[in-house]
Design a protein around this ligand. Structure first.
Ligand SMILES: Cc1cc2nc3c(=O)[nH]c(=O)nc-3n(C[C@H](O)[C@H](O)[C@H](O)COP(=O)(O)OP(=O)(O)OC[C@H]3O[C@@H](n4cnc5c(N)ncnc54)[C@H](O)[C@@H]3O)c2cc1C
Ligand code: SF4
Length: 560
């Protein structure tokens, strides 16, 4: 059956409402398309966001256990990956640091030479920055001042900078003051000036953080996009026997938060945009390739996954006079050498649940030797300062006393994700990681944590899982469906069109083809802006072929 445009439920279905998904939804509705956004996570408002991380059921996402929050942790052999899951994707839990990467990132990885990136990207970064409301952080809290002092003592004080953030901090504004939309000429919602409570990663209850549901997604919905929360996409199949998707797609969903009645639904659309994040898009596409729904996907799926080579360390000062939780989640940063970038991070007062995961700083090679060294360090600390050591190891007061250091290295290093049955659970397939181990111990960063502890009069600290399991944690998983010249090297072309299918795009962190060395959301947003700029307005395409009639919408190598 050949359908005309109006016989589809939607022109475009966008899977996921994070950075890539919200940009896509907004730009496509602006171009006149009928758009649906399927989002597995819940919708959050100031009324239902948690006050601290102890509200585990409203913070953590694990619906099978009744946890329906917006923050998820996934455990792999090579990394523990933190990510968001909500209407607004990772923006609800992210720390709103929005930094452009160095220009050299366009000259490494499979996207090299596919476009004149250094000439093209600045205008998309500018649009992304305007839409996300980027400003230089004007609120330096105690943790930022301590970072600066420690940087000076370490000889790198000149590299200290205030982060660029997506937070409403009007010059001369009164904290907490509500003002009519300051960003979109009255089209957007009222906003409130930041009160520096440090709660950005627990969700901003004050309307000060520029989350996607207050900018891109807000405007998309205002212009007609339908957002389906708690709706997980489980299948995407070409329609009417046209195996390349030229006749459209059927998208099948279930209710993500249901225990028993999964409420399956099927929607038809002309075109699909996968925006489920690096991990989410890889997982869904592996499943669809395996079950035969999208068998022509490139075998490069799951290759070139990168994590910014991160390590979390810090310093805790039990009984310290300063409340280091005040400020914004990431207020400042420094460079301790050419490759190593450190940011001062915080959780709001009372959000101490992560305190269970931190312990006394431990150096040394990974493995049993490091665990032995850690045990020795704990025993020595207990003998020398029993009271202080017990205080430093227990979670109460953690957020108020702990300056977290997020260390990122812009060194090349990647892993691979595969769809396999793990040995410990052979009943179904999961994403599993493969490749060279990534460092959990950056010696110079540990030296810096010691310097910070000297400055604060506290204890230098490490993450317990990094020591026990030699697995680094990261909130910056990118790649897996990278941009490349052909399906031999990647999954999408430089217009984000999926090789092997028509009217199918990927717009999220999975397409990023190099290690950025900085937090990735601004780049994901700018890349999505660029991808959407290639899609013509609906009125300029053949109305019966909304997203397939022009050569622009064909995967390369396919006849027009
Ligand atoms: C605690 C924390 C702090 C962070 N801080 C920063 C920061 O300061 N700066 C920065 O740049 N980055 C930060 N990040 C990383 C940032 O959140 C991600 O890089 C970014 O959100 C990725 O954007 P995306 O478009 O790829 O996908 P996401 O924003 O992750 O959105 C993907 C969405 O797809 C949904 N989804 C997945 N599978 C399905 C499915 N099958 N069906 C329907 N929906 C689905 C998910 O629920 C999710 O909402 C942080 C992350 C965390 C966890
Ligand atoms: S510091 Fe508090 S008020 Fe400011 S953006 Fe973060 S959560 Fe919102």
């Amino acid at each position: 059956m050949v359908r005309n445009g109006n016989q589809f439920d939607f022109d475009f279905i966008v899977i996921g409402s994070g950075f890539g998904g919200s940009v896509s939804a907004h730009r496509l509705t602006e171009k006149g398309y009928r758009v649906a956004v399927m989002e597995m996570g819940r919708r959050w408002t100031p009324e239902n966001l948690p006050h601290t991380s102890w509200s585990i059921h409203r913070w953590f996402w694990r619906p099978t256990l009744g946890l329906r929050g917006f923050f998820n942790m996934r455990f792999f052999k090579h990394a523990t990956i933190f990510h968001g899951c909500a209407v607004g994707g990772g923006s609800i839990t992210y720390a709103c640091t929005l930094l452009p990467p160095p220009e050299k990132v366009w000259e490494s990885g499979s996207w090299t030479g596919l476009s004149d990136w250094n000439a093209e990207m600045p205008r998309h970064y500018e649009t992304a920055a305007r839409m996300l409301g980027i400003t230089e952080n004007k609120i330096l809290g105690p943790a930022d001042h301590l970072l600066q002092k420690a940087a000076e003592a370490f000889g790198v004080g000149h590299t200290f900078y205030c982060t660029k953030v997506g937070i409403f901090q009007p010059a001369g504004g009164v904290p907490g003051e509500i003002v009519p939309d300051p960003f979109f000429g009255g089209e957007g919602p009222d906003r409130s000036a930041c009160i520096a409570c440090g709660g950005c990663m627990i969700g901003c209850r004050f309307g000060a953080k520029n989350t996607l549901d207050l900018n891109y997604l807000y405007l998309a919905e205002k212009h007609g996009a339908h957002v389906f929360p708690e709706t997980k996409v489980v299948d995407v199949k070409p329609l009417d026997g046209a195996s390349d998707g030229s006749a459209g797609y059927e998208v099948s969903t279930v209710k993500s938060t249901a225990w028993i009645r999964h409420q399956p639904h099927h929607f038809t659309c002309r075109a699909v945009v996968f925006s489920a994040s690096s991990l989410g898009t890889m997982e869904l596409l592996f499943r669809l390739k395996e079950k035969g729904s999208l068998p022509a996907l490139s075998s490069q799926l799951g290759q070139h996954v990168r994590t910014n080579s991160e390590s979390l360390i810090g310093a805790r000062t039990p009984g310290g006079s300063q409340d280091v939780s005040l400020g914004i989640a990431i207020g400042s940063g420094i460079y301790i050498d050419e490759h190593t970038h450190i940011e001062a991070v915080r959780y709001p007062n009372g959000s101490d649940a992560m305190g269970f995961l931190t312990t006394i700083l431990t150096d040394g090679r990974p493995g049993p030797q490091r665990i032995a060294l850690w045990l020795k360090n704990v025993v020595v600390a207990l003998l020398r300062h029993p009271f202080k050591t017990v205080r430093v190891l227990q979670p109460i007061g953690w957020a108020r006393e702990f300056v977290i250091l997020l260390c990122m290295q812009a060194l090349e290093g990647e892993i691979e994700m595969r769809w396999r049955r793990p040995w410990f659970w052979p009943f179904r397939k999961f994403l599993v990681s493969r490749g060279k181990k990534m460092p959990t111990y950056i010696p110079k960063a540990n030296e810096f944590a010691r310097k910070l502890a000297q400055v604060t009069g506290g204890f230098p600290m490490s993450m317990l899982p990094e020591i026990l399991f030699d697995i680094p944690g990261t909130a910056h998983c990118i790649g897996g469906c990278v941009i490349a010249d052909s399906s031999t090297h990647g999954v999408v072309d430089d217009h984000h069109r999926v090789f092997g299918y028509r009217n199918m795009y990927i717009c999220d962190g999975s397409v990023v083809a190099a290690n950025l060395g900085v937090n990735p959301s601004l780049t994901i947003t700018a890349l999505a802006e660029r991808a959407m700029s290639f899609i013509p307005p609906k009125a300029e395409t053949n109305a019966n072929h909304a997203a397939s009639g022009t050569r622009d919408h064909l995967a390369p190598g396919r006849p027009a």
